[in-house]
Design a protein around this ligand. Structure first.
Ligand SMILES: [Zn+2]
Length: 487
């Protein structure tokens, strides 16, 4: 009889083939076997628990520069929060400098020719030795100049086959640049990710609102209506179809936008859609909070209507919408979200740093409001949070599923553990035995007071336990950069 380093015994394994009551055997950093009666030097009892692959968050922004501030979770704090919530891999972004416009001297051209790769190396170096879980990087494309596009095959070869583009903000690509980028990425065997909103329409609406004195956070969603997302998603899909490039629409907030991606897939296009917990669980009613509190919920695209929540859940359940990422991009409410406050007057909504925390609770939110609420099967929950991101982003079968040969990234999930989420540091509130203090480095959570049933009891990264009962027990720098294939 062979002995494994670790055996997780008596749990319900959620495998690609469905739930299985079996033991999981681990040797070194790998899952070695799934079977009955496995023997191990270490035995972990998982009676009554779900045993699932470590979750993969395909969309996070750690220590991302945003004007005068940086997103408040760094590679250490952000990945510790992720680990405590059952996430063992994140994919963040490289934000290179834009290429200089117009003709350049030969020397400058030569220097620029390595800029995407230099930016990738720099971002990777920033995370290495600090991230506590494994991480990959998407490359942001800020222009489609020939020297930038010429670098794409080398970036793909460096393990970074997904390219983020924006149709809005100052880093937007116009349609001619976007289709050129898609053409180049498609030929290199990569995929383009798109933040899809109609920039010109939004710019007009913002100006009109500000001129009318409508500057409070509640006007943020009015300046970026659903139609502006839907149009841009349709346009991104059309450009990708023409360029024959796989496309992934990030953070879809509207039912209509998600349906557009599903329709493209129905026609045979290689297209994927992602939504986030905030678009499934919150609505634009949050922007009507008293004072400036609505600023906490300012992100783009904005929170939508209950009908959108319902439509996104339906499309997620049927796998017409593939993944749930967080778009974790936290800023402190005091001093960051309200930056520019003068004499008691708050800045207009256009100057609020966009983004919210969310890296820690994604898996558990989706369990309580998805699986327990009867909206998702347990298999679809694991798929949306782990397997589908792994497949789409070139990590499968190394990550994202409980299969022999995969990295032993494993979460033992206690489906009966009750927690009440808070950002607050103090945990001595009376009657607060279930209070769970999030590890995210932020002074609020959009999920304050949410009661959940189901939380990870244990998180394992490549065979080592890194979090237990909401406490981080791993070490800084335990995470590795993942060179991804083209999926
Ligand atoms: Zn984002």
């Amino acid at each position: 009889m062979s002995y494994y380093d670790t055996v997780i015994r008596n749990g319900t394994l959620i495998t690609p083939e469905g739930p299985v009551n079996a033991d999981l055997g681990i040797v070194g950093e790998k899952i070695a076997a799934i079977g009955q009666g496995l023997q191990g030097r270490e035995v972990i009892d998982a009676t009554g628990k779900l045993v699932i692959p470590g979750a993969i968050d395909p969309h996070v922004h750690l220590e991302m520069p945003a004007g005068p501030v940086r997103s408040s979770d760094d590679w250490v704090t952000g990945t510790i929060a992720a680990a405590c919530g059952g996430t063992t891999t994140v994919i963040d972004f490289v934000e290179p400098e834009p290429a200089p416009a117009g003709p350049v001297e030969t020397l400058v051209e030569t220097l620029h020719a390595t800029s995407l790769r230099r930016a990738l190396a720099a971002r990777r170096a920033e995370a290495e030795g600090r991230a506590v879980i494994d991480f990959g990087l998407h490359m942001t494309l800020l222009d489609a100049q020939p020297e930038t596009l010429a670098e794409i095959p080398a970036v793909v070869a460096a393990g970074c086959p997904s390219f983020k583009t924006y149709m809005t903000y100052s880093m937007k690509l116009t349609d001619d640049a976007l289709i050129a980028a898609m053409d180049a990425v498609g030929r290199a065997g990569g995929m383009v990710m798109v933040h899809a909103e109609n920039d010109a329409g939004i710019a007009y609406l913002r100006r009109k609102l500000i001129e009318a004195g409508h500057v409070e956070p509640r006007y943020h969603p009015i300046s970026r209506p659903a139609s502006m997302e839907v149009e841009a998603i349709e346009r991104a899909l059309a450009l990708a179809e023409a360029a024959e490039c796989p496309v992934y629409i990030v953070h879809i907030s509207t039912g209509r936008g998600a349906a557009a991606v599903a329709a493209a897939r129905g026609r045979g296009q290689v297209a994927f859609g992602e939504t986030c917990p905030q678009y499934l669980l919150l609505t634009d009613a949050e922007f009507d909070r008293p004072g400036f509190e609505g600023a906490k919920f300012v992100c783009s695209p904005p929170l939508r209507k209950p009908e959108d929540n319902a439509a996104l859940w339906r499309l997620l359940a049927s796998a017409d919408l593939q993944t749930v990422g967080t778009d974790h991009c936290p800023f402190f409410y005091r001093g960051e979200k309200d930056l520019g406050q003068r004499d008691g007057a708050y800045p207009p909504f256009t100057r609020i740093p966009g983004g919210m925390p969310g890296i820690e609770a994604r898996l558990a939110l989706l369990y309580t409001f998805g699986v327990r609420a009867g909206r998702l099967t347990v298999e679809r929950w694991v798929d949306a949070c782990a397997t589908a991101p792994a497949r789409i982003f070139g990590l499968y079968p190394r990550k994202g599923a409980l299969v022999p040969g995969a990295d032993a990234d494993v979460v033992i999930f206690d489906p009966d553990r009750e927690v009440v989420l808070t950002h607050a540091r103090a945990t001595s509130r009376p009657g607060a035995s279930h209070i769970y203090r999030l590890h995210e480095n932020c002074d609020y959570t959009p999920y304050e007071g949410f009661g959940l049933t189901g939380w990870p009891a244990l998180t394992m990264l490549r065979g080592r336990i890194i979090a237990r009962d909401g406490k981080f027990v791993g070490q800084a720098g335990g995470g590795r950069f993942l060179e991804r294939g083209d999926g």
